[in-house]
Design a protein around this ligand. Structure first.
Ligand SMILES: NC(=O)c1ccc[n+]([C@@H]2O[C@H](COP(=O)([O-])OP(=O)(O)OC[C@H]3O[C@@H](n4cnc5c(N)ncnc54)[C@H](O)[C@@H]3O)[C@@H](O)[C@H]2O)c1
Length: 661
């Protein structure tokens, strides 16, 4: 059968041969044993409902074995044999170009070069799933291949519920992931409902098919590192940035440090991952000896080198050793996966990687104690450095939250609402006031032709638009505009494309609309093929996350999720090609609600109308909320937006004189 026929077939009518477990691939860790015997039976019944009864007797023991061995039923046997990668859009079968674009994006999220655990359908973050099992993948692709522009596919946490009649301006796909009744949204609930096969963790861009490989995070991290150095009034040259994690997202840090021009020291406990990042040239050197590492850092500081140094070991050892040695750290952070602390996101100090993996599965309670003990040591070592002048920020990985839960010394002495911790989150100090409040966020696009020339042309178009805009941009946003023009000019050289031909930059509402409009014109003129627009959820409006995206909201509304819900509903009726809303992103299940969209530009007048309507809302929704929370940058930005668009009328806050209290 051809690739197209295989897609159209969906779940095969004859059982494929079972597949051997491929140990050359990076696999998800065994998940916690959480189901009772009765619940295991339910999980198996849930899995088998995808298949005709005649296959059940053969599949049951296999699925039972998967559940026992891995804690989940992935249905490995149904993994397709064709190569998993984004193909040019013309190669997908179907009646709807929009649906074909979504197929392309789904395959990109599962590409072996892109996905963290491709056989478990996990794109990044350890548990960020596109689907929970291969039957869901096969069925979804089949639906997409047969749908028209008068139908909408509803996705319930990876499960394709079906095609429903709608209309051409409606989204082709509506994705919800992990939406729970709030009282059932604790980490163990995720383990349980995911193991039962009825809910999944979509992370941010995994379950919404908008992951574009590491480029997105490299860009965001570069902007963060540059602005962190600006925050302490220091040039990156010769400055030292200490952090941890070389995983899906965290691995961007040494590359971003190199682009920013500083010295990066990064700890990683997993030897396989460390080797991959080194081979990819994302980190320059690997060190296993702490004394040698210290000597190397001193030399790099003296010579003001730009270099990134991985330490194969625990991050706590770095903070403690650098304190003993009195090494000056300028900027410090952490990007272990503390949104997932008990299942492999954070490794205890003083034991090997293998010992930890065994303990996690066999003695989860002891593992939990070790993690919390390590968090206390970790925070205490950081405190010693910050007392000597290090600027430390939480990098959106729930470090401060989990450290506080472990009883570490991270609480502020004089807490105010929103400033409970000793240290700010990167959004409180950097991304919030410098980017999000002004509407700057992670606008991205994918060239569906798969041609690098198209990407080059879109880079040129975006750059020309920004260069035109900066001539009249107000002082308040000049720095952001400059950083992004520099980024887009160097984008080809930084060689960041993995998987689909994709690009990211930060732009405000006006910039996003103008770039999209220019792309749509170029498509209409036949200069480039169709383009998918999107963003990650780490943005102005899409995400309500009290310790991350909305951590610089100080009016008490940080724990509400109205903005994210409004955003996805608003995007869906203003022309998005697909929309998604998730419980649980970078900071963990139950800790965040985040939404995203995808939009196909095909050069049509309809696309032009939709992009203007939807992008304007998609950014200004969040600016209005940030402005209502009294964030001054956002008040400035929303007033500017109202001047540009008379139909926008937003309630503005009145400021109260503090002395009245
Ligand atoms: N700041 C952002 O913009 C942003 C964006 C996305 C994700 N995140 C968050 O950052 C975290 C990391 O994401 P990821 O995709 O890289 O996850 P990941 O699980 O792929 O990588 C984390 C890495 O940390 C390593 N690690 C764990 N404990 C360690 C320890 N004590 N010492 C040294 N290394 C250790 C792990 O081996 C792993 O490779 C997540 O919590 C994620 O949600 C932040």
């Amino acid at each position: 059968m051809t690739f197209q026929q295989l897609i159209q077939q969906g779940i095969p009518t004859e059982l494929p041969h079972s597949k051997p477990y491929d140990s050359n691939i990076n696999h998800a860790p065994k998940r916690k044993e959480i189901l009772s015997d009765e619940e295991k039976k339910l999980a198996l019944k849930n899995a088998l409902r995808y298949f005709e009864p005649k296959f059940h007797a053969e599949l049951l023991p296999e699925f039972r074995e998967e559940l026992e061995k891995y804690g989940r039923i992935y249905m490995y046997r149904f993994r397709p044999d064709y190569e998993m990668k984004a193909r040019p859009i013309s190669e997908y079968p179907g009646k709807s170009e929009q649906a074909k674009a979504i197929m392309l994006m789904i395959q990109n999220n599962l590409d072996y070069a892109v996905a963290q655990h491709p056989h478990e359908l996990i794109t990044y973050g350890g548990n960020g799933a596109v689907f929970s099992n291969w039957a869901q993948y096969l069925l979804t692709m089949k639906y997409l291949s047969e749908m028209t522009d008068e139908q909408t596919l509803t996705m319930y946490s990876g499960h394709p519920m079906g095609l429903f009649p709608s209309h051409k301006d409606a989204p082709r796909v509506v994705v919800t992931n992990g939406m729970m009744i709030p009282n059932y949204s604790k980490p163990d609930d995720w383990e349980k409902f995911n193991a039962l096969g009825v809910s999944q963790y979509g992370q941010m861009t995994a379950g919404s098919y908008m992951y574009i490989g590491p480029q997105g995070i490299v860009h965001g991290t570069t902007i963060t590192v540059l602005n962190a150095f600006r925050k302490i009034n220091k040039e990156p040259k010769g400055g030292l940035f200490v952090t941890s994690g070389l995983g899906g997202m965290s691995g961007a840090q040494p590359k971003a440090g190199n682009i920013a021009g500083c010295i990066t020291v990064i700890a990683e406990v997993n030897p396989k991952i460390t080797k991959i990042r080194h081979e990819q040239k994302w980190v320059n050197e690997i060190h296993e000896n702490l004394d040698e590492l210290v000597a190397k850092v001193r030399k790099a500081q003296e010579n003001q080198e730009t270099v990134s140094l991985a330490y194969l070991g625990n991050i706590v050892d770095i903070w403690e050793k650098f304190d003993e040695e009195n090494l000056r750290i300028d900027i410090g952070s952490d990007q272990t996966s503390l949104h997932n602390p008990w299942a492999g996101g954070y490794y205890p100090v003083g034991q090997t990687f293998e010992e930890s993996n065994t303990m996690m599965a066999e003695s989860p309670e002891l593992f939990r104690e070790k993690v919390q003990e390590t968090l206390r040591r970790h925070a205490s070592a950081i405190n010693k450095h910050t007392a000597k002048g290090t600027y430390f920020f939480d990098y959106g990985n729930a470090f401060l939250l989990e450290a506080s839960r472990a009883g570490a010394d991270v609480m502020s002495e004089n807490p105010t609402i929103g400033r409970e911790f000793k240290y700010p989150s990167y959004v409180q100090d950097i991304m919030g006031p410098m980017c999000f409040d002004y509407g700057f966020g992670p606008f991205r696009w994918v060239c569906t032709s798969g041609k690098p020339e198209d990407l080059q042309k879109t880079d040129d178009i975006a750059c020309a638009v920004l260069e035109e805009m900066i001539k009249t941009s107000p002082e308040e946003i000049q720095q952001q505009m400059k950083d992004n023009i520099t980024w887009i000019k160097g984008a080809q050289e930084n060689n960041l494309v993995v998987g689909s031909q994709a690009r990211i930059l930060y732009a405000d509402a006006e910039g996003r609309m103008k770039i999209a409009e220019a792309f749509n014109k170029a498509i209409a003129n036949g200069e480039i093929g169709a383009v998918v627009l999107g963003r990650d959820h780490h943005d102005v409006s899409g995400t309500d996350s009290p310790y991350r995206e909305t951590s610089n909201i100080y009016d008490g509304s940080r724990f509400t999720a109205d903005m994210a819900i409004q955003n996805v509903i608003g995007d869906s009726f203003r022309g998005a090609t697909w929309v998604s809303i998730h419980n649980g992103g970078g900071v963990g299940w139950g800790e965040v609600i985040n939404g995203g969209f995808g939009m196909l530009l095909d050069g049509s007048d309809d696309a032009d109308r939709r992009l203007k309507s939807m992008l304007f809302w998609d950014v200004n929704n969040g600016i209005s909320r940030r402005s209502w929370a009294r964030n001054e940058g956002a008040v400035f930005a929303i007033k500017r937006a109202m001047e540009a668009e008379p139909n926008l009328k937003v309630t503005l806050p009145n400021f109260v004189d503090e002395s009245l209290f």
